[in-house]
Write a protein that binds this ligand. Structure first.
Ligand SMILES: Cc1cc2nc3c(=O)[nH]c(=O)nc-3n(C[C@H](O)[C@H](O)[C@H](O)COP(=O)(O)OP(=O)(O)OC[C@H]3O[C@@H](n4cnc5c(N)ncnc54)[C@H](O)[C@@H]3O)c2cc1C
Length: 421
C-alpha cells in the first residue's frame, strides 16, 4: 500500500522503518531537514569538528526497550555515558551532587564532592533512597502505577510523608529537566507515570548515548522511505472512501491508502481537514510547554564552584517557575575532552553572551496530565475503528513520559495495525 508519514521526528522516522517491508512510504516534513536532527550543530575544535546533537538525548534499556531494539536492528551503535548531576542555587552553593560508580553494565549513584559533608545533602540522599524503593513497589507494575495515577505527584509525596525540601530541591527540578516543563506541571503529573520511570532500571543500569550521533539515526531511518519531501506545508488531510487525500501548500492533492500523522498533537489536529468529534477531543487534550535550548560557551550558566560541576547541572532560583539544566558537553563527548568548555542549557536563567552562542532554539514538549491520559485512551479507541485510514503517533500518544521510547513504540504499534490492514 501507499502510505504517507507526516513529520520526521523519531516517531515518523521509526514509522518509516517499521513500514518499509510491506508498504511504499513517502515521508513529509515541514522543515528543511529531518526533524530529529533539526537543531544539531557542527563545532570546530583544534582537533577537528564535532557534531553536537541538540537536544542531547539519552536513554536506558529498562525504560526504552523498543528504542534500543530499533537501534540494534538498524545497526546503530550506542554506548554508556556518565549522566550524573549536581543541584545548585543560581549564583550560590551546590547543595547536592552525585557521581555514578560504574561496574561493568551497572552504574550506581553515590554522593560526591561537598555533598558528602552536608547534612542537607545526606537528608536528600536518604529520602531519595526511600523514594526509589517506593517507586519500585508502586511503579513496578501497571495496575499499581495506574492506581497511583489517581493522585498527582505532589499529593502522592505528601501522602507518603516526603518533605517539601525533597520535592522542591531534588525531585521537581530533576523531573522538570527530564520532562522539560515547569515545577507546577511536574507536581501535577499523575504520580504513577513518574514512579514507573524510576521503577525501570535507571539507577542500576547506565544511561546511553548514540556513539556516532543522531545523524546516523536520521540517515538510516529516513532511507526506509521511498521519497522524503522537505519544506512541505501540508494544507489538509482528508479520509475518503478511496484512501487519504493529502493536499500541499500549492493545492496539489495526492491519494494514499493510509496516512500516519507523526507531528505534535496540536499540529495533527490542524492538519485534519474534517476532524471528527473524537479526534478533536483526543488531540486537543494534549498540552504543550515551550522551552528555550541554547548551546554556548558561557560558563556563567554553570554552577559557580567549578569543582562541583557534573555532566548535568541543575540551577535553581526561588523566583523562577522552572530550573535551568546545563549539560557540560565536554563530559559527554569524548572528542571534547580537554577542549574549551561548551554547554547545552535548557531554560537559561542567565542570558548567555551573544558571541558565545552556537545554537538558540525553541522547543515544545507535551505534558502528561489526567486529561492527556484520557486522550491517549481515546486515540487507542480511534485506532481500533474498522476502515481506519488516518493514524496518530508521537511521544505524546502513549502512556509514559513523552520521551523517545513513547515515540518509537507508538510508531511500531501503528505499523502493526497497518500490517494487518
Ligand atoms: C530539551 C529536551 C531534552 C530532551 N532529552 C531527551 C532525552 O534525553 N531522552 C529522550 O528520550 N527524550 C528526550 N527529549 C524528548 C524527545 O526529544 C522527544 O520525545 C522526541 O523527540 C519526540 O519525537 P516525536 O517524533 O514524537 O515528535 P517531534 O520530534 O516533535 O517531531 C514532530 C515532527 O513533525 C514535524 N511537523 C509538524 N507539523 C508538520 C506539518 N504540518 N507537516 C509536516 N511536518 C510537520 C515537525 O517539524 C517535527 O519534525 C528531550 C526533549 C527536549 C525538548
Amino acid at each position: 500500500m501507499k502510505v504517507a508519514v507526516i513529520g520526521s521526528g523519531i516517531a515518523g522516522l521509526s514509522a518509516c522503518w517499521y513500514l518499509q517491508d510491506k508498504h511504499e512510504v513517502t515521508l513529509f516534513e515541514r522543515g528543511s531537514r529531518v526533524g530529529m536532527d533539526a537543531h544539531s550543530v557542527e563545532v570546530d575544535t583544534p582537533k577537528g569538528s564535532v557534531y553536537i546533537n541538540v537536544p542531547m538525548r539519552v536513554f536506558f534499556e529498562g525504560y526504552y526497550p523498543t528504542l534500543t531494539a530499533l537501534y540494534t536492528e538498524a545497526g546503530i551503535p550506542f554506548e554508556p555515558v556518565n549522566y550524573a548531576a549536581s543541584f545548585s542555587q543560581l549564583h550560590g552553593d551546590t547543595y547536592f551532587r552525585y557521581n555514578n560508580l560504574r561496574a561493568g553494565p551497572y552504574s550506581l549513584p553515590m554522593l560526591a564532592g561537598k555533598s558528602l559533608l552536608k547534612p542537607q545533602a545526606l537528608g536528600l540522599g536518604a529520602e531519595l533512597l526511600r523514594f526509589l524503593n517506593d517507586a519500585k513497589r508502586h511503579g513496578g507494575n501497571l495496575q499499581r502505577s495506574e492506581k497511583a495515577d489517581k493522585k498527582t505527584l505532589a499529593d502522592w509525596l505528601a501522602s507518603k510523608g516526603y518533605s517539601q525540601r525533597f520535592a522542591e530541591q531534588f525531585l521537581y527540578p530533576a523531573f522538570a529537566g527530564i520532562c522539560t516543563c515547569d515545577y507546577d506541571s511536574v507536581a501535577a503529573y499523575p504520580a504513577g507515570i513518574i514512579l514507573e520511570y524510576l521503577a525501570s532500571d535507571l539507577i542500576s543500569s547506565s544511561v546511553h548515548r548514540l556513539t556516532n550521533g543522531v545523524y546516523e539515526v536520521t540517515d538510516k531511518l529516513a532511507k526506509a522511505a521511498k521519497d522524503v519531501c522537505y519544506n512541505t506545508k501540508l494544507k489538509g488531510i482528508r479520509a475518503t472512501e478511496n484512501g487519504v487525500e493529502i493536499t500541499d501548500q500549492n493545492g496539489a492533492t495526492e491519494l494514499f491508502d493510509h496516512a500516519v500523522i507523526a507531528t505534535q498533537a496540536n499540529k495533527a489536529l490542524e492538519l485534519l481537514a474534517e476532524p471528527t468529534a473524537e479526534e478533536q477531543d483526543a488531540l486537543s487534550q494534549i498540552r504543550y510547554e515551550s522551552g528555550r535550548i541554547v548551546v554556548h560557551r558561557d560558563e556563567a550558566l554553570a554552577p559557580d564552584n567549578k569543582g562541583e560541576w557534573a555532566p548535568v547541572n541543575f540551577l535553581l532560583s526561588a523566583t523562577e517557575p522552572r530550573p535551568m539544566a546545563s549539560i557540560w558537553l565536554n563530559r559527554i563527548y569524548p572528542e571534547l575532552e580537554g577542549q574549551a568548555n561548551i554547554f547545552e542549557s535548557w531554560n537559561p536563567l542567565v542570558e548567555p553572551a551573544t558571541d558565545k552562542i552556537l545554537v538558540d532554539a525553541t522547543v515544545d514538549r507535551p505534558v502528561v496530565t489526567q486529561a492527556s491520559l484520557q486522550a491517549i485512551k481515546g486515540l487507542e479507541k480511534l485506532h481500533q475503528q474498522t476502515d481506519r485510514k488516518i493514524w496518530f503517533c508521537g511521544s505524546y500518544s502513549r502512556r509514559g513520559i513523552p520521551l523517545l521510547e513513547n515515540a518509537v513504540a507508538s510508531a511500531k504499534s501503528i505499523a502493526g495495525y497497518l500490517v494487518s490492514a
